[in-house]
Design a protein around this ligand. Structure first.
Ligand code: GTP
Ligand code: MG
Length: 324
């Protein structure tokens, strides 16, 4: 996951000359001492619904990851870039680590482990309004012993000050943290603790180049971001197991027309998504469109076709076709 040209994460000052000779990095924009800044990779991990993607967006200052009240929303590693004077932190938002029920679930957990193998630091997200459970302990045990870790106690707006104070004490005792930071990301970049957390991460990074040019918020292609926005809109409309059954692919961008396939796993689900006289599908399009239009900078027509890919969450071939 690290950028080419350097030996990997955790570069030291002693390695600077050699790294510099190996040539820059994607951005090539430098500041700080000798043209170097603090920069590195940080994985956001935690159980499903812990607030990882909401926090990623708040830290980046732009929506790069979709979010929802339903667990297991994130299905890939999503890089979100914090770029500030003196540092650049490449956040890697990950799927929630969970007990897998399907092949997809196993692959999502594998993605979390892969992300953790290649970062300078892990931010462990622990919701303030939830008790610390076996899932959190499992995750902590899975972190490599030498990996620096910061606890983000998320959703602090959901608890009283007294409950938050008790939670911070409890979290502090859980591991050898670089920092334990309370944060409320629902309000975006201005949310309590967001700027403080960004500064903690920036200061914890090794010296290095900017990996991404200023202004780039994510590594995702625009097609992938559109597919995710459509999936977010679909997840919002459906219940029970159906959010997990939805997968979205952008087939073609022929602006202003964008052709999108929305996959479900069974015929019965197809009917639910389309709704009476297409009302469900129309609602998904209306909900997704503003975000898509903001992304491509013009009016668009989202042409969403609902298709069935039988039991795709359990089928290795179908998973491959859908990019897992
Ligand atoms: N009140 C409040 N809600 C929050 C906050 N952060 C996240 N949420 C809500 O918590 C839910 C889950 O947020 P996500 O950011 O999607 O959580 P996640 O950890 O990325 O979830 P997965 O991708 O499924 O693992 C959403 O309904 C968010 O709106 C917060 O600071 N305050
Ligand atoms: Mg997420």
């Amino acid at each position: 996951m690290t950028a080419p040209g350097l030996a990997g994460a955790g570069m030291t000052e002693a390695g600077m000359t050699e790294a510099s000779a190996a040539g820059g990095g994607a951005g090539g924009v430098a500041d700080g001492i000798g043209g170097w800044t603090r920069s590195g990779f940080v994985a956001l991990v935690g159980r499903p619904n812990a607030g990882k993607s909401t926090l990623t967006n708040a830290l980046v200052g732009e929506k790069v990851a979709i979010t929802s009240s339903k667990p297991e929303t994130t299905r890939r590693q999503i890089r979100g870039i914090i770029d500030r004077p003196g540092y650049q932190v490449v956040l890697v938002d990950t799927p929630g680590l969970h007990r897998p029920r399907t092949l997809l679930g196993q692959r999502l957990n594998d993605m979390v482990r892969e992300a953790l193998a290649d970062v300078d630091l892990a931010v462990v997200c622990l919701p303030a309004d939830q008790a610390i459970g076996p899932g959190d302990r499992f995750l902590l045990a899975a972190l490599a012993p030498g990996l620096a870790r910061v606890a983000a106690v998320t959703k602090t707006d959901k608890v009283t000050r007294a409950a938050l104070a008790a939670k911070l004490v409890e979290v502090d005792a859980l591991a050898d943290w670089r920092a334990v930071t309370p944060v409320s990301a629902a309000g975006g970049p201005q949310g309590p603790g967001v700027a403080e957390l960004a500064a903690v991460l920036g200061a914890a990074m090794p010296l290095g180049p900017r990996w991404y040019p200023p202004g780039q918020a994510t590594d995702l292609e625009v097609e992938d971001r559109i597919a995710e926005l459509v999936r977010e809109a679909a997840i919002e409309r459906v219940r029970d197991e159906l959010p997990h059954s939805v997968a979205v692919v952008v087939d073609e961008m022929d602006l202003p027309h964008i052709h999108v396939s929305l996959y479900v796993e069974r015929d019965s689900q197809k009917g639910i998504v389309i709704g009476r006289r297409g009302a469900g599908l129309k609602a998904i399009g209306s909900r997704a469109r503003p975000g898509v239009e903001a992304l491509v900078g013009r009016r668009v027509f989202l042409e969403i076709h609902v298709k069935v890919a039988k039991e795709w969450q359990r089928d290795p071939k179908a998973l491959g076709r859908l990019g897992f």
